[in-house]
Design a protein around this ligand. Structure first.
Ligand SMILES: [Zn+2]
Length: 287
């Protein structure tokens, strides 16, 4: 599967799915602020539609009793999946994400209900990056922003919104522990990724090192390379997320936030967020 027609897929879905259409239309009205942190232009997006994800309870008991929204039998009737195969031979479905951050926002769940784990599926992630020209693929670890830690999935957003895509050189000004892998082939990238994975700590009670990953393909007209940014984590959510009353900032960072686009679902948080808050949040959640 190469050069998948994302636009055509979106047009067909938005024509027949009013909820998705309404939520994608609402994206035109999101508010954005920008802060320079070192040489990195950090963005903050006020997006009330994301409350459902940022505010989600993620404890094991809640996950256990809820119906999994990525399982085939629970997806809304309007949501028409496209069946695809990853390069490892594993099966997935392309879905339009009805609670978008990007004007083209897909979720790619595994066909079966299986926990969020990256190692064996990393090549699939790069395969999708090569199929989806102009898009960035992202992975949120089970306790690093994934809203369905019990059902393996990637997400996809159109490029141009996350500052890291164009400011890789200054990423370490704001997130010093991020690791950048650049590679011409999926095989070489996987080898580098496995080395990194094996070198990262696994917290008590966790099944893999906590991390977020962004991957995209970059072409300079002569050659094409994979860019992979791995963000090793130590905390799921920052202290300000759990603070009481006025000092609470409802921010729960995942891949997109670490790509330099903080998603803020409450307007009052959006209005008062400072570069110092951003630095503090990143210090707390990053390894
Ligand atoms: Zn499921």
């Amino acid at each position: 599967m190469t050069n998948f027609d994302v636009d055509g897929f979106f047009e067909r879905q938005l024509a027949t799915w009013p909820l998705a259409r309404k939520n994608f239309d609402a994206l035109k009205y999101v508010r954005v602020r920008e802060f320079m942190i070192g040489g990195f232009p950090f963005r903050v997006q006020f997006n009330p539609g994301r409350m459902i994800s940022t505010g989600a309870r993620m404890d094991a008991a809640t996950i256990k009793v809820r119906k999994c929204f990525l399982c085939r039998e629970n997806t809304p009737p309007e949501q028409t999946p496209l069946h695809v195969k990853g390069i490892t031979g594993r099966e997935y479905r392309f879905l339009v994400n009805p609670y978008p951050i990007f004007s083209r926002h897909l979720t790619i769940p595994a066909m079966e209900h299986t926990p969020q784990r990256i190692l064996e599926r990393f090549p699939d992630m790069l395969g999708f990056a090569s199929d989806l020209d102009g898009y960035t693929i992202f992975y949120n670890g089970p306790k690093c922003g994934a809203t369905a830690p019990d059902h393996m999935h990637f997400q996809v957003g159109n490029r141009g919104l996350m500052p890291v895509e164009d400011h890789l050189d200054s990423l370490h000004d704001v997130i010093p522990s991020a690791v950048i892998i650049e590679s011409g082939t999926i095989g070489a990238a996987e080898e580098e990724f496995r080395k990194l994975y094996d070198s990262l700590p696994v917290k008590d009670g966790e099944v893999e090192p906590m991390m977020n990953i962004l991957a995209w393909q970059k072409s300079d007209g002569v050659s094409t390379r994979f860019i992979i940014v791995v963000y090793p984590r130590r905390e799921h959510r920052p202290k300000c997320y759990y603070a009481d009353g006025d000092s609470q900032l409802l921010i729960s960072p995942g891949s997109v936030d670490l790509g330099g686009l903080f998603i803020v679902p409450r307007e009052r948080d959006f209005d008062r967020l400072t570069p110092e808050n951003i630095r503090e949040i990143l210090n707390e959640v990053m390894l």
